[in-house]
Design a protein around this ligand. Structure first.
Ligand code: NAD
Length: 257
């Protein structure tokens, strides 16, 4: 069997919901096998992702992983190797979002956010990079919060998400000699459990209101970020590395007023 005929394998953190789940399905649709991470502390049922993928005729193994733990992330990558013998794509998608005003921000809140949303990306890429095949690709999920805009009451989230494109640029340079590419995606407002949380994010009503200010007049679907990530890991993106690509319905280029 030639290299191009082998089943490719994608590692995805945070794959039990939202963008991560949509990505598992998007990979299944093109025959890429998925090893998806789920966080046991959240109520999402990992079997939902497994069912979606298997209905699409794909292969998916869901495995518990907390990206705050280097041991768990290393074990997650080892599972992919044991089950499928290779890792082609590593997607650092897991993310935590909490609201906290700066004046009341406790150090523990700050460090937890950085631990999940920035250090978690590094741990995922570090574990995968030790085993990844030449020609592989990595993508991390940043946000327009921090990646472009400032967001009040979200200093910690914004700082972590602003760090993600910088991390990706450095990884892109370090792994280029191995022909492994690394990029970030910067989603705008996407309807997922995270953005539907009215306490820490916009909530359903806030999303509806925000949609009116988006040039395309709607919030995004998880599948629209998933297909961007899938594109960035595909051969069609073979000359793109070290970039941060925004998908936001035109929100960040809108003329003010
Ligand atoms: P989501 O809440 O459905 O997905 C986030 C996933 O991360 C969940 O499955 C959750 O269980 C997992 N997770 C949380 N803490 C974890 C931990 N410690 N270890 C492992 N997994 C953990 O929401 P989503 O919108 O699909 O989020 C996916 C990514 O997209 C996140 O990084 C998020 O910050 C980013 N993002 C989302 C939006 C949006 O509008 N929804 C916008 C910009 C960026």
């Amino acid at each position: 069997m030639s290299e191009s005929q082998r089943t490719k394998v994608a590692l995805i953190t945070g794959a039990a919901s939202g963008i991560g789940q949509a990505l598992a399905l998007a990979y299944a649709q093109i025959g890429v096998a998925v090893v998806g991470g789920y966080f046991s502390g959240d109520p999402h049922d990992p079997r939902d992702t497994e069912c979606l993928v298997s209905e699409a005729g794909g292969q998916c193994l869901m495995h518990p992983v907390d990206v705050r733990s280097a041991d768990q992330v290393d074990a997650f990558a080892a599972v992919a190797l044991e089950r499928f013998g290779r890792i082609d794509f590593a997607i650092a998608n897991a993310g935590l979002l909490r609201a906290a005003p700066l004046t009341e921000m406790r150090d523990e809140q700050w460090f937890e956010m950085i631990d999940v949303d920035l250090s978690g990306v590094m741990r995922t890429f570090r574990a995968a990079s030790r085993h990844m095949s030449e020609g592989g690709a990595m993508v991390a999920v940043s946000s327009i919060a921090g990646g472009v805009y400032g967001w009040e009451n979200h200093t910690h989230y914004s700082a972590a998400k602003a760090g993600v494109p910088g991390l990706c640029r450095a990884v892109a340079m370090e792994l280029a000699p191995r022909k492994i590419r690394c990029n970030a995606v910067i989603p705008g407002l996407i309807e997922t459990p995270q953005s539907l949380d009215a306490v820490n994010s916009l909530g359903p009503e806030g999303l509806l209101e925000a949609a009116r200010g988006i040039p395309l007049q709607r919030v995004g679907r998880p599948s629209e970020i998933a297909t961007l990530i899938r594109f960035l890991t595909s051969e069609d993106a073979s000359y793109i590395t070290g970039q941060a690509i925004i998908a936001d319905g035109g929100l960040t280029v809108r003329w003010p007023g």
